[in-house]
Write a protein that binds this ligand. Structure first.
Ligand SMILES: Cc1cc2nc3c(=O)[nH]c(=O)nc-3n(C[C@H](O)[C@H](O)[C@H](O)COP(=O)(O)OP(=O)(O)OC[C@H]3O[C@@H](n4cnc5c(N)ncnc54)[C@H](O)[C@@H]3O)c2cc1C
Length: 380
């Protein structure tokens, strides 16, 4: 990997302070509660609207759509601060991270003008409809089908593991618009489906914690107007791959359990446990290296470079790191993990332990990523 190193400017350090102070103040006001894995499972539409009022959703997008044209490194800083404190940012997460960039790249003027300003205001949330009951890693085998009718498409099929569909207004949905041929990556398209449409049924799949985070989503003769086709018909595979680069390398692939790491460090400091702090410091050193890689990928993305392999690498190593934190913390501290514990470290440990199995599955399993990395290395 040949990734650039990034030095934060003075303005960027000040921005970090601004975000950190704001979040601390909101926390003290009781606006939100902290949790581990908050970017995916901490959905709070009211909190997302508060974030929108700060101008912090779609902050890198063009001003004509309500964005602030700030750099992706500014967005990286903002995201790090959300994750470090464990703020509930899941409601607007997908729209901010990938639907906006997808529409900016492939969307029609109508789609950009209709969706982007609403996303920026925290009024429009998106879900990502890729996986199906028999189609996860092998996405080209999706069976959800769209058939052409006058003025649009009729969609039938089902998506599964759909994060946050219960709070989302729309779903970017990968569907088959042409019959399968030997070239099964062809004939797929991305449709924006209004989740309030007639024929859409959303049913919860509960987490190990009992939380309602992801869902089964069924489509029974759902009408989708022509203007909701994203990009080029039949090009859904290539467009979806472009989206994955945004999905795989961000700080959320290394910081899902950071609140636990931080709180464990504070406990060990309180207990003056030098040996325990030495163990934790090894994790901090690892985190620092991963973070440099992840920021490097963000920089290359901003410059329009190719990041498929390096994003896969960051995700595969980063998610193993996130999983390791609860394993190590439970050996270092006298803990009593419970989801509703008063002591933060007990609560964070319970959340982290029960969420951790998903880290190396969501956004592409580690085994699939190893395949991408190996092919990339062989291709030189
Ligand atoms: C917390 C969470 C949130 C999610 N949110 C969403 C969402 O919002 N939208 C969405 O569409 N999906 C979502 N998913 C689904 C996720 O993307 C899939 O679970 C994932 O892509 C794997 O697909 P699968 O579950 O069908 O497993 P499979 O693809 O059936 O894989 C089963 C096993 O086989 C291995 N395997 C498969 N293919 C290969 C290969 N080529 N080489 C080596 N090993 C292989 C896998 O690594 C895995 O161990 C979410 C998942 C989780 C855990």
């Amino acid at each position: 990997m040949n990734l650039p190193t990034v030095q934060f400017t003075k303005e960027q350090e000040l921005f970090r302070e601004e975000v950190r102070t704001f979040l601390q103040q909101e926390l003290q006001k009781g606006t939100f509660q902290t949790k581990c894995d908050s970017w995916l499972s901490g959905s709070d539409p009211a909190f997302s609207r508060i974030i929108a009022e700060q101008g912090w959703i779609g902050m890198t997008w063009p001003k004509e759509y309500g964005g602030a044209e700030r750099s992706s490194i500014d967005r990286y800083i903002l995201t790090e601060e959300f994750l470090a404190i464990g703020a509930p940012v899941a409601a607007h997460w997908f729209a901010d991270r990938q639907t906006g960039p997808l529409l900016l790249r492939f969307g029609t003027d109508y789609q950009k003008n209709f969706f982007l300003p609403k996303i920026v205001k925290g009024e429009c949330f998106f879900a990502i409809g890729l996986s199906e009951p028999n189609s996860g890693s092998d996405l080209a085998s999706v069976k959800t089908k769209a058939e052409k009718v006058e003025g649009g498409w009729i969609v039938n099929g089902a998506k599964t593991w759909t994060s946050n569909a219960q709070d989302a207004h729309y779903m970017v949905t990968l569907v088959r618009t042409e019959p399968v041929t030997e070239k099964k990556h062809q004939g797929l398209s991305q449709l924006i489906i209004n989740l309030k449409s007639e024929g859409v049924t959303i049913t919860p799949i509960r987490y190990l914690t009992g939380e309602h985070h992801f869902n089964d989503v069924f489509f029974d003769n759902v009408f989708v107007p022509d203007e909701m086709v994203v990009g080029t018909l039949g090009n859904g595979w290539a467009q979806g791959l472009a989206e994955l680069a945004y999905e795989r390398s961000g700080p959320e692939r290394i910081l899902s359990t950071f609140p636990l790491l931080n709180e464990a460090m504070e406990e060990l400091k309180r207990q003056q446990d030098i040996e325990g702090l030495a163990q934790i410091s090894k994790l901090v050193a690892e985190l620092w290296s991963l973070r440099n890689l992840s920021i490097g990928v963000a920089k290359v993305l901003e410059e329009g470079g190719e990041v498929g392999v390096s994003a896969a690498l960051v995700k595969s190593v980063g998610t193993k790191f996130e999983q390791k934190i609860p394993e190590i913390v439970r050996l270092l501290l006298d803990v009593y993990p419970q989801l509703h514990a008063d002591r933060a470290v007990d609560r964070y440990l319970a959340e982290s332990t029960l969420h951790a199995p998903g880290f190396t599955i969501r956004g592409g399993t580690s085994e699939v990523l190893y395949g991408i990395i190996a092919k990339g290395v062989l291709a030189g």
